[in-house]
Design a protein around this ligand. Structure first.
Ligand code: ATP
Ligand code: MG
Length: 331
């Protein structure tokens, strides 16, 4: 297959025993070679937990409670990230994945110039490179994220939050990763720059062939930039579809609500209605479909029976589409 990363039935808890809350439940997702997979959902839906979980960077009290994450290496070998030794894990994180987490801009070292931090990262990753080539690469990556080369001599505090975040993105891309995971890397940026950077990353993706898992609550951005979109609610994936299909005909009322929560950049204007109510409390999840208390289309089975993610029977040629909603019985 052309899968790069396959998440299978991943479960992540915070805390253990009676205290445990299940923040990611039975999530399966495949990131294919060269694609941009978007992950959307309201605050607290489990997006970051999933990203930290699948890279095993989960901070305590986070615990992987089950599942596998199969990584398909360039040479055709596969490995379960969940079973890697610390050494294998380090190699995997350095050589294969680049991760730009929420608030990454705060992880720049305040006492070193941008140039030093970027070239050190490149050196750690590629010890055989020359100082000259490292600096060239740093300059190239900064240009890519829209920062001029004279900023190489700046210290982090001399840059705005948005610029620091862009430096982090440039640094991640400088390591020539196969998988790029971005957890709302652009929240600190204004909308115009956000779109511009995403556009550049996608162009680069076509050139270098990496895959992107892009996490945001702004579905309009995903509709524009990703190939496929997965929607999370209450720790579960409730719908997955090619971006175009999701935009044209979302199946889950929650996806529909999300689409009406952000202004569309292209296409027909949608009325912004948002989603009434608030996300579920993980300690007191509603019975049946977790979305039913907020769902405008709630009906008889929703409050009692949990809909399972599956291929919808009522959609002709549902290529790549899955949904967990009683409105769309599945195979
Ligand atoms: P956002 O859009 O705000 O970034 P998210 O989708 O990334 O939200 P997560 O941060 O993954 O959501 O949180 C998922 C759930 O796990 C939330 O209910 C959150 O309260 C809970 N959670 C996150 N971190 C912890 C923690 N350290 N301890 C306990 N619960 C946590
Ligand atoms: Mg998050």
């Amino acid at each position: 297959s052309d899968a790069v990363l396959e998440v299978r039935n991943l479960d992540v808890n915070y805390g253990i025993g009676d205290e445990a809350v299940n923040a990611v439940h039975d999530v399966s997702l495949t990131l294919h070679r060269g694609e941009v997979l978007g992950l959307a959902g309201e605050s607290g839906s489990g997006k970051s937990t999933l990203a930290y979980g699948l890279t095993r960077l989960l901070p305590p009290p986070g615990v992987i409670a089950g599942g596998e994450v199969i990584y398909h290496a360039e040479n055709g070998e596969t490995a379960d990230v969940m079973r890697m030794t610390d050494r294998e894990l380090r190699a995997f994180r350095w050589a294969e994945t680049a991760i730009v987490f929420q608030g990454a801009m705060n992880s720049l070292n305040p006492v070193h110039k941008i140039a030093t931090q970027m070239t050190d990262a490149i050196k750690a990753h590629d010890p055989g490179s020359t100082a000259r080539s490292r600096l060239d690469r740093a300059r190239e990556m900064l240009a890519l994220v829209g920062i001029s080369a004279d900023r190489l001599d700046s210290y982090p505090h001399q840059l705005s939050g948005g610029m620091r975040q862009r430096v982090m993105i440039g640094m991640a891309l400088a390591l020539d990763p196969r998988v790029v995971i971005m957890d709302e890397p652009t929240t600190a940026l204004d909308v115009v720059i956000q779109r511009q950077i995403l556009g550049q990353i996608i162009a680069l993706r076509e050139r270098l062939g990496f895959s992107v898992l892009f996490i945001t609550h702004d579905l309009s951005l995903l509709v524009e930039f990703s190939d496929r979109i997965a929607i999370m609610y209450g720790g579960r994936i409730v719908e997955e579809a090619p971006a175009v299909d999701l935009y044209r005909s979302s199946l889950h009322p929650y996806s529909d609500g999300l689409l009406h929560s952000f202004p569309a950049l292209h296409g027909p204007r949608r009325e912004l209605t948002g989603i009434p109510g608030s996300p579920p409390d993980l300690r007191a999840m509603p019975t049946g479909c977790a979305f039913h208390p907020r769902c405008p289309k709630v009906f008889e089975p929703c409050a009692t029976d949990l809909p399972v993610l599956g291929v919808p029977r009522d959609v002709t040629a549902p290529a790549g589409r899955t949904v967990a909603c009683w409105l769309h019985p599945t195979h």
